[in-house]
Design a binder for this molecule. Sequence first.
Ligand code: G
Ligand code: G
Ligand code: NA
Ligand code: MN
Length: 253
Amino acid sequence: LELAERLREARERDELQLHYQPKVRLADGAVVGVEALLRWHPQGRDPVPPDVFVPLAEEMGMVHELTRWVLMRGVREAAAWHRDGLALDLAVNLSVQDLARPDLVDEVVGALTAWDCDPARLTVEVTETAMMHERERAEDALGRLRALGVKVAVDDFGTGYSSLQYLRRLPVTELKIDRSFVAAMAADAGDRAIVEAVLGLAHGLGLGVVAEGVEDEATREALHRLGCDTAQGWLFSRPLPEAALRRFVAGAA
Ligand code: G
Ligand code: G
Ligand code: NA
Ligand code: MN
């Protein structure tokens, strides 16, 4: 309960931060985008990991406040990168509760307008479980975002309850292959087969693919051989604070 009270005050107390994990194009190593990941460091305490406080915020019905903050901060920083000539896409995670509320699209538009950011530079990441849970509203909200030019990624693909039929109907542009399949693919033929099947599915449907959780060179190599476009993971970079991200991109260019 104490943690919950502190979370309510985290924004006012300036305890939230965004870190950015690079998404790398495998063909040439270029950083093509970043995923924004929320960090919370309560004053005078250890940081609380997002897989603890995001579910807590969901329980408390305050995840929309976090999402609004992430959108405003992330889009503001992305617009500054673009003005500085850094062509980086920004991906923001949405929770299932974001899909269920009627003001999501207005809020995304509000952030893009406030910072004068090109909608085509923004991707929202939604887990397949969240999409399936909120089918109707997800289809509506994501369709409206797509119509504005915002891209839609299916996060943690392969781990949730999903229907391929529905995937075809949803306005998605990208599949993110969950790291549980990617981690061992260089050594495990079964995992490799799954990754290959997802790549085939994505390409057949005209979708982009991001492999998550690439931690070693052998995995990068295997993904590149299988025709995967883009990857994310500790091999390239951990999620970084904004200033460190700029240094990373400058070094990779
Ligand atoms: O940042 P880390 O890699 O530890 O993320 C752990 C989990 O928290 C992931 O499932 C990630 O999607 C989720 N997460 C991180 N930042 C956000 C955010 O801004 N919004 C939502 N909804 N989830 C987030
Ligand atoms: O659920 P989502 O895919 O949004 O979560 C991203 C999570 O994965 C974050 O917690 C991030 O820190 C973590 N992550 C990113 N790259 C790697 C990696 O290469 N290995 C591992 N183990 N975790 C990673
Ligand atoms: Na994500
Ligand atoms: Mn993921």
